[in-house]
Design a protein around this ligand. Structure first.
Ligand SMILES: NC(=O)c1ccc[n+]([C@@H]2O[C@H](COP(=O)([O-])OP(=O)(O)OC[C@H]3O[C@@H](n4cnc5c(N)ncnc54)[C@H](O)[C@@H]3O)[C@@H](O)[C@H]2O)c1
Length: 262
């Protein structure tokens, strides 16, 4: 029993599919007990983690609702008694020209991608601060570092999330709670498939712009998140926005120059 109490606990939002699902599984493989959330019960990672002998609890609910967040935090502490890692992964995409983006669309994207991570960081962060340790990893995007056309709401939300990351790192680092962000490039998840179906870009548009000439895998992103989560691996990294993009943000080369180096 004591052994279980000593096992670290990781909390992951938006874990039903995509990056969040893989992050939950990887953290379970690394020995964490998991608490996973999504709009619907995240059955896929729960079944896989349990089938491999891992421990996981699920919580269905919209994390833009503060009462859902509060209920989940209570559920996690009632079940596991602690939370060592919070991964703010849940997010939504929105692609439209700025002049066609309504106030409602803009607000919804900010609510999910920026307000909800704040609510979660606040709710879990208070308890982490009381315990004197914790690690929060926010899943931002390369869209949180540079502008990309037709994504005013999404890019503003991800830039905001990077700013929130740095500010919480400044406020909480001295009390044992580190806060970092990962900034993925393009990953082949349901989000990307839906974006490609509704918008005008192809795989080749993406891979042609990336020095390493491929999409990120879910494992590329999950490994970076697991690294930032773990005090043993990244204990003095705080307030960092880690790009995991095959060099997309770093590369200012023009098209023909980039291709000449393939
Ligand atoms: N896929 C990419 O290319 C890419 C690139 C950069 C950053 N990201 C970011 O990575 C994160 C995960 O993206 P993904 O590609 O796995 O997306 P995805 O759409 O496949 O999965 C996101 C999950 O979040 C959940 N979710 C959405 N709103 C929620 C809410 N209000 N409450 C609870 N859960 C909610 C969804 O139901 C879904 O299961 C997002 O924050 C996204 O912005 C993705």
């Amino acid at each position: 029993m004591k052994k279980n109490k000593d096992k670290r606990v990781a909390v992951v939002t938006g874990a039903a599919q995509g990056i969040g699902c893989r992050v939950a599984e990887l953290l379970a493989e690394r020995g964490y007990r998991l608490a996973v959330n999504d709009l619907r019960m995240p059955d896929a990672p729960i079944e896989r983690i349990r089938s491999r002998g891992g421990e996981v609890i699920g919580y269905a609910g919209d994390i833009t609702d503060e009462s859902v967040v509060e209920g989940w935090v209570r559920g996690v502490y009632d079940s596991w008694g602690r939370a060592d890692v919070l991964v703010n992964n849940a997010g939504i995409s929105f692609i439209a020209a700025a002049e066609n983006t309504s106030r409602g669309d803009y607000r919804r994207v900010l609510d999910v991608n920026l307000v909800a991570p704040f609510l979660l960081a606040k709710a879990f962060g208070k308890r982490m601060l009381a315990a004197g340790h914790g690690s929060i990893v926010n899943v931002a995007s390369v869209a949180g570092l540079v502008g990309i056309a037709d994504r005013a709401a999404y890019n503003a939300s991800k830039h905001g999330l990077v700013g929130l990351t740095r500010t919480l790192a400044a406020e909480w680092g001295g009390r044992g709670v580190r806060v970092n962000a990962v900034c993925p490039g393009w990953v082949k998840t349901e989000m990307d498939v839906a974006d490609q179906a509704s918008a005008t870009y192809t795989d080749a548009d993406i891979t042609g712009r990336i020095p390493m000439a491929r999409f990120a895998t879910k494992d590329d992103i999950a490994s970076a998140i697991a690294f930032l989560a773990d005090d043993k691996q990244s204990g003095f990294i705080n307030g960092h926005a880690l790009t995991v993009d095959g060099g997309w943000v770093a590369d200012g080369s023009w098209e023909s120059l980039r291709r000449r180096h393939r």
